[in-house]
Structure formats: C-alpha cells, structure tokens
Design a protein around this ligand. Structure first.
Ligand code: GAR
Length: 218
C-alpha cells in the first residue's frame, strides 16, 4: 500500500470519536495513521486512550496562553512537528483562530452531532428534541471561519423518537459518529474527496436510493 496519510487528532474530553479513529487505523489496510493527539485539557479521558494505543500526546493547555493566536500557534507547531497532513477535531471544544483555519484550509475536518446546517453550537441534541424534528444525526465537514460551518463530507441520519431524552438521542447519534468519522478519513486518505465551493464531491460513491420516513408508513 502507498504511504499512510498522517493524521493529528484534537480533543478536549472523552475521546470516543478518537477511539473510533484509533480502531479504524488498526486495520492494516486503513490508509491513515494517527501520529499525534493534541488536547487543550490535561485531564482529557481521550489522552488515556491515545497513550494506551502508543500514540504520542501533546497537551496545549489554553489557560497557559495569553491569547488565542499564541495557543493556536502552539497547536500548529505540535501538528507540524509530527508532519500532520490532516487534522481531525474530535470533541475539541475551543474556537479556532482565522489564522489556524486558514493555515489548515481543506486539511481540517470536524464532527458535529447534528444534521448541519441545523443546530450549530452546543446543546444540540436537546435543541433537536425540543424543536419537534423527526430526524437528527451527525455531520463530518471541512472547517471554515464560522463555527460548525463548512463543506459537508458526509452525514448520517437517525430518527428522533417521542420518548427520547438527551441521553438516548446522544447515544443513537454517537454510534453513527463512530461509523462516519473513520469513513470520511478513509475517503480523504484515498484522495476521493474534492471540495468545490460549498460542496464536497466524493468520487466512487453514489447517493443512496431510499427515502426515510418517520413515523414509518404501515
Ligand atoms: C461528540 O458528540 C462530537 O460530535 C461533539 O462532541 C462530542 C465529543 O465526544 N462535538 C461537537 O459538539 C463539536 N461542535 P467524544 O469526545 O466522545 O468524541
């Protein structure tokens, strides 16, 4: 196989998406490898997951930097030191500076637990339930300057059930996050993904044929 794409993962907490990426990368035919994990919080659970997988970890604690520019510059340094080619935000809960986003333009992706452009920001599962929407899901997208905005690579849709609380919906969405994030990284590493303005073209894959209805018709 050709050389694997070098991936850096940015985390702030639990790191279950990081874990899904670690697992995917363990397959010998997966075209990417995680070469560094960067956390802005020293006690992020995800750091433990990375250490268990023998992945180098760097803590860049935002509280140690006088401003966002200095914090972001340190993260870029850590990522470049590891010769990262693709940066994956995986539950990274800090806003990034324009300079950082521009530096990693089309090499910086994020996973978000809603069907963007609906429900940007925080508390999105609760807001999806409260809205009365019948579906929610998750989105992998390229990062642009505005929060939770950028060309969408892939999305997974899950139903919202009437009995759902935030925990139940979050769990249903998270299961799909763990499927689609490694899938998107694979496509990028296989060079199937092209950004054309607001749209992403993934070569070799067509649209699904089915339409989803919720409630399901009898
Ligand atoms: C995930 O649900 C991810 O989509 C979300 O934070 C959670 C992190 O979980 N990210 C965002 O809301 C970013 N806007 P994890 O640490 O277990 O991967």
């Amino acid at each position: 196989m050709n050389k694997k794409m070098r991936v850096g993962v940015l985390i702030s907490g639990r790191g279950s998406n990081l874990q899904a990426l670690i697992k995917a990368c363990e397959a010998h035919d997966f075209p990417a490898e995680i070469v560094v994990v960067v956390s802005n919080t020293p006690d992020a659970q995800g750091l433990e997951r990375a250490r268990r997988a023998d992945i180098p970890c760097v803590v860049v604690d935002h509280r140690d930097y006088k401003n966002r520019a200095a914090f972001d510059a340190e993260m870029t340094w850590a990522l470049e030191d590891a010769k990262v080619e693709l940066v994956c935000l995986a539950g990274f809960m800090r806003l990034l500076s324009e300079t950082f986003v521009e530096h990693w333009w089309d090499k910086l992706i994020n996973i978000h637990p809603s069907l963007l452009p609906a429900f940007k920001g925080l508390g999105v599962q609760r807001r999806a339930i409260e809205s009365g929407a019948r579906f929610s899901g998750c989105t992998v997208h390229y990062v642009r300057h505005e929060m939770d905005v950028g060309p969408i690579i892939t999305q997974a849709v899950v139903p919202i059930h009437n009995a759902d609380d935030v925990g139940a919906l979050s769990k249903r969405i998270l299961e799909q996050e763990h499927r689609i994030y490694p899938m998107a990284v694979r496509w990028i590493a296989e060079q199937r993904v092209r950004v054309e303005g607001p749209r992403v073209i993934v070569s070799g894959y067509g649209p699904p044929e089915n339409v989803l209805l919720n409630p399901a018709p009898k």
